[in-house]
Write a protein that binds this ligand. Structure first.
Ligand SMILES: Cc1cc2nc3c(=O)[nH]c(=O)nc-3n(C[C@H](O)[C@H](O)[C@H](O)COP(=O)(O)O)c2cc1C
Length: 193
């Protein structure tokens, strides 16, 4: 059986980002359970702020098409989602909005979000760990884009002190929940094949 292909994507490009760190840990853990992992940064897919007239004039930008194709080349997607104003980052929402508008020949609508499985987790310096960004992201992906998002999710609280020197999550319970989430993602990605 071939290894399921999992895309790992943080919703932050900030230097020192907790969610980039969480995404790196996800990539490491996923590789340990024999997933074929690709980790990307939205910094490599710069996009203008979505605006309907811009889309009407020129269609989706090349980077939106590239990002959509990157997502479609995987059976699973893990997103580490920072919390801004009790929601997702504008960077992540803008990328999702643009990708949702890409329709290549023969595509169903929202093609990038169908036929694969998503897992979402968050890290935040505050006590809720970005939980509200996960609620918002789940709504965007499931209700907005028709994606399948597994119920397992982790919100890493007090992110500044939550990781050790090896970038592992210190709290054992949270670390175990994170591993269980990733194992479930791989299991579901295998089913989707
Ligand atoms: C505009 C803005 C709004 C924010 N709102 C929240 C919030 O509602 N809840 C929260 O936990 N953190 C909030 N934060 C703090 C972020 O969680 C924090 O900056 C975090 O480090 C961002 O993720 P990153 O480290 O992956 O870049 C906010 C930060 C900014 C810049």
């Amino acid at each position: 059986m071939s290894a399921p292909k999992i895309l790992v994507l943080p919703g932050s490009t900030r230097s020192g980002s907790h969610n980039v760190r969480l995404a790196a840990l996800a990539a490491k853990e996923l590789t340990l359970i024999d997933a074929d992992v690709t980790r990307i940064s939205l910094a490599d897919y710069p996009l203008p702020l979505f605006e309907a007239d811009l889309e009407t004039r020129g269609g989706p930008p090349e980077n939106a098409v590239k990002l959509k194709q990157m997502i479609m080349a995987h059976q699973g997607v893990f997103i580490a989602s920072p919390e801004y104003s009790a929601s997702v980052t504008p960077l992540l929402k803008n990328a999702i909005d643009w990708v949702s508008r890409v329709r290549e020949r023969g595509d169903a609508s929202y093609a990038a979000f169908k036929g694969r499985v998503f897992a979402i987790s968050a890290a935040s310096p505050n006590a809720t760990g970005g939980l509200r960004s996960l609620m918002a992201l789940r709504q965007i992906l499931e209700l907005g884009c028709g994606a399948l998002v597994i119920p397992e999710q982790v919100a890493v609280q007090q992110a500044e002190t939550a990781f050790d020197d090896m970038d592992n999550i210190i709290d054992i319970r949270t670390a175990n929940l994170f591993r269980a989430q990733l194992a479930r993602l791989v299991e579901m990605a295998r089913v989707i094949g």
